[in-house]
Design a protein around this ligand. Structure first.
Ligand code: BES
Ligand code: MN
Ligand code: ZN
Length: 503
């Protein structure tokens, strides 16, 4: 994994194999630290800018030998395109792209100027976004390729963000530390999500959670089937009926808030979703190894929370199980009882996420949670509504939603609030039980949320449906093909903000 550090002092003398400066399209003159590097190299960069050999177009990379005139073996001049529309998210994505370009060039130790980002961001935010972009963009999941030739070559092992202005170094250091904690947590979520279902069973997830707890000094409790039965988690357990893998209801506890009520992060943990008796078609069913992305996200978030130590109590709840068909599986029409006593008619065993979440939410309420945010790859309909750009958000509480939306903005993980009108509930009224687990095709993501709302009762609650953003089909910016690990940074920022940490 790449380590990101911050250094003060002049850019030109930094020791590394590769030094990076940025140039914007249309700017003919270098300023600040970049101008000093140019001067040390006898003005070759400005000469190339004047003559049009370097244009600064987005993604353009020009390599210039260092010739002993600068601390680095080579200089990479990285084009960043026109100067409109620059945001924190732009910096993050650009760093991700740059990281992969540097890896292709076999760079190992890299020094990057913070100059471009600090022109419009405070030093802390700039360093955080750069760090996140590099750590996220350089992620890859290649552990199951046994032949080295099948793995992309190269590994950037250290990146130094150079901040020549002494008064900005401390802020940049804070930003890099926070960015590292956030992005490494997101990469952990990606690792869990990318692992195939035979190697990420509920039992393995529980082991991983226990290892994380031991390493981070937080508590982990795994509720086994018998205990879940005693607690009345009939809704969650009904999903596990068809599987030979024992279900594991994972709870992580971070105590930073004394006697205060905890906030709860709940993640859907279906380690593989076949659909059960209402079985899914074969095409692309492998994608359902990612149906535990919500659980992965809440578990991984605790790694960053434990590292950043906010003054708040946090519960991460991950009800994990496979959803399989078998002679013992739940059948369409079965009626099950959730932990809070409400009855559910299971009309479609493929609408299993809401069944495990009902008891996840019930458990959070039994722990006196002050606020609940759940994360779930819940409905295919989410992709129909919003595509892979934004996650859908649903709530019973405007204030809590505003908090989560602010955190999502900071993270650059966009959400869109969906409606929760009372009439949508009519679609999931059951003839035989308190509620049925599907309302059919119309407003499929909303009826799923209305189902969950029933179990949140009066506890402030936000539901994030991440079905369409759980994986990426290609490398782009800070995103890498495969599981995206979203929305870990949103969850962590929300928890930090709850503790009064500005982020
Ligand atoms: N895990 C799926 C949703 C999903 C689909 C996630 C595609 C990621 C990508 C969920 O359990 C499911 O099967 N939902 C059903 C609900 C329906 C039966 C009411 C769906 O979306 O079809
Ligand atoms: Mn399903
Ligand atoms: Zn599912």
């Amino acid at each position: 994994m790449v380590a990101v550090n911050v250094a003060g002092g002049p850019l030109a003398s930094q020791q590394a194999d590769t030094l990076v400066i940025e140039v914007s399209e249309g700017r003919k003159r270098l300023t600040g630290a970049a101008a000093q590097v140019d001067l040390a190299l006898g003005g070759v960069v400005s000469e190339m800018l004047r003559s049009g050999l370097i244009r600064g177009r987005s993604g353009e990379t020009t390599v210039i030998p260092g010739r002993g005139a600068i601390g680095a073996t080579r200089l990479v001049v990285h084009g960043t395109g026109g100067e409109g529309g620059r945001t924190e998210d732009w910096v993050r994505n650009r760093a991700g792209m740059l990281g992969r370009a540097l890896r292709l060039m076999d760079a190992r130790s890299v020094v990057v100027s913070t100059q471009g980002a600090t022109e419009f961001l405070d030093p802390e935010t700039a360093a955080r976004a750069l760090t996140e972009g590099f750590v996220l963009g350089l992620y890859r999941f290649d552990k199951h390729h046994t032949k080295a030739s099948d793995r992309p070559s190269g590994a950037v092992t250290s990146i130094t963000l150079c901040e020549p202005v002494a008064s900005k170094v401390a802020g940049a250091r804070r930003g890099a530390a926070m960015g590292t904690a956030l992005a490494e947590a997101q990469n952990l979520a990606r690792d869990l999500g990318n692992e195939p279902a035979n190697l990420m069973t509920p039992s393995i997830m529980a082991e991983r959670a226990q290892e994380l707890a031991a390493a981070s000094g937080i508590e982990c409790t795994v509720i086994e089937r018998a205990e879940a039965e005693r607690l009345g988690m009939g809704s969650y357990l009904s999903v596990a009926n068809g599987s030979v893998q024992p279900p594991k209801f994972i709870v992580l506890r971070y105590r930073g808030g004394g006697r205060g009520r905890p906030v709860a992060l709940i993640g859907k943990g279906i380690t593989f979703d076949t659909g059960g008796i209402s079985i899914k078609p074969a095409l692309n069913m492998d994608r359902m190894k990612g149906d535990m992305t919500g659980a992965a996200g809440v578990i991984a978030s605790m790694q960053a929370i434990a590292a950043l130590q906010p003054a708040v109590n946090v519960l991460a709840i991950a009800p994990c199980t496979e959803n399989m068909p078998s002679g013992s599986a739940t059948k369409p029409g079965d009626v099950v009882y959730a932990m809070d006593g409400q009855s559910i008619e299971v009309l479609n065993t493929d609408a299993e996420g809401r069944l495990v979440l009902a008891d996840g939410i019930g458990y959070a309420r039994s722990e006196n949670a002050a606020a609940i945010v759940d994360v779930a790859t819940l409905t295919g309909a989410m992709g129909v509504a919003l595509g892979g750009v934004r996650m859908g958000s649903f709530t019973n509480n405007d204030r809590l939603h505003a908090e989560v939306e602010r955190a999502a903005d900071t993270a650059g993980e966009r959400l869109w609030r969906m409606p929760m009108d009372r009439e949508y509930f009519d679609l999931i009224k059951s003839d035989v039980a308190d509620v049925k687990n599907t309302g059919g095709a119309p407003a499929g993501s909303i009826t799923a949320a209305k189902f969950l709302e029933l179990f949140a009762h009066d506890t402030p609650w936000v539901h994030l449906d991440i079905a369409a953003i759980m994986d990426a089909t290609s490398d782009s910016g800070a995103m890498v093909k495969g599981n995206t690990g979203r929305p870990v940074r949103t969850l962590v920022h929300w928890v930090l903000n709850r503790a009064g940490v500005r982020s």
